[in-house]
Design a protein around this ligand. Structure first.
Ligand code: CP
Length: 305
């Protein structure tokens, strides 16, 4: 039995296979309409979500399966003090696979040790979000036709942004990927990702506070929201929340082939006027999330078309 807790639980070859399956689902959805008939996905969301939970649920329905679960901790027995371990031991009797989001880093790992069915980490605190990474990889590969030889700018809250942490771990495995981290001093990428992931892999990287000086060299600009829910102090959030706001004039010097990604939700960091720019790709990215989650559910359940 396999779980997906960290994106590095998947080999590069497995990721390539998942992306190939997702692309085939996009091209031939009818071929997959019944492959999960009789199977159930539980979505256990102890923290809010729109895209991840609903795309998982849509994914399972489009594979012919069924869905059960809860969308907030307050409507589960966690609100009465039940532990994650006990919840998982119970729910794994009711479902064939579980997608779980939790505010505590490591909670899906704990769940995987108690579960009798595959666990998918749908986001744990400021730590990891591996299925967002699969979504991002599918989007980058579809838009740029490759995952290597790319310059990627990560901009915004790189300290708490779990989607950035997972994506940089995945991209570090591809040839000649250069990473540019654009963040205020207080929201810089955690040091452990530099010393334990990027440097051992020999990835070229730059840290800067200035988006405008680097935007012309980017193939991908990965914007992120400042994560209000992870701040200890509201005053710090208010001071930092508008550090970067992408507007049409700021986007003007970028390559015509550059793509703007954002895991969403957006707050204020991309002006709505940017949505009309052909380089804006974040709504397409959210759509891709459903297809890659379909491919992942199939893989972890061991079903084929
Ligand atoms: N990208 C993402 O995780 O969005 P949700 O919080 O809406 O699931």
């Amino acid at each position: 039995m396999r779980h997906l807790i960290d994106i590095l639980d998947l080999s590069k070859q497995e990721i390539d296979e998942l992306l190939a399956t997702a692309n085939d689902i996009i091209d031939h959805p009818a071929d997959y309409a019944e492959v999960c008939h009789g199977k159930k996905l539980a979505t256990l969301f102890f923290e809010p979500s729109t895209r991840t939970r609903l795309s998982f649920e849509a994914a399972m329905y489009e594979l012919g399966g069924n869905v059960l679960g809860f969308s907030e901790a307050s409507s589960s027995s966690a609100s009465k003090g039940e532990s994650v371990s006990d919840t998982i031991r119970v729910v794994s009797n009711y479902a064939d696979i579980i997608a779980m989001r939790h505010p505590k880093e490591g909670a899906p790992m704990v769940a995987s040790m108690k579960s009798s069915v595959p666990i998918i980490n749908a986001g744990d605190g400021g730590h990891n979000h591996p299925t967002q990474t699969l979504t991002d990889l599918l989007t980058i590969s579809r838009e740029q036709d490759r995952l290597d030889h790319l310059t990627i700018g990560f901009c915004g809250d790189l300290k708490f942004g779990r989607t950035v942490h997972s994506l940089l771990c995945a991209m570090a495995r591809y040839e000649k990927v250069k990473m540019i981290f654009i963040a205020p001093e207080e929201l810089k990428i955690p040091d452990y990702l530099i010393t334990e992931v990027l440097e051992p892999a020999g990835v070229e990287y730059v840290q800067t506070t200035d988006l405008e000086s680097v935007i012309p060299e980017l193939d991908i600009l990965y914007m992120t929201r400042v994560q209000r829910e992870r701040f200890f102090n509201e005053a710090d959030y208010l001071r930092l929340k508008d550090s970067y706001i992408l507007t049409p004039p700021k986007l003007a010097p970028a390559k015509s082939t550059m793509r703007v990604l954002h895991p969403l939700p957006r707050v204020n960091e991309i002006a709505v006027a940017v949505d009309e720019d052909p380089r804006a790709c974040y709504f397409e990215q959210a759509k891709n999330g459903k297809y890659v989650r379909m491919a992942l559910i199939m893989k972890l359940l061991g079903v084929t078309k």
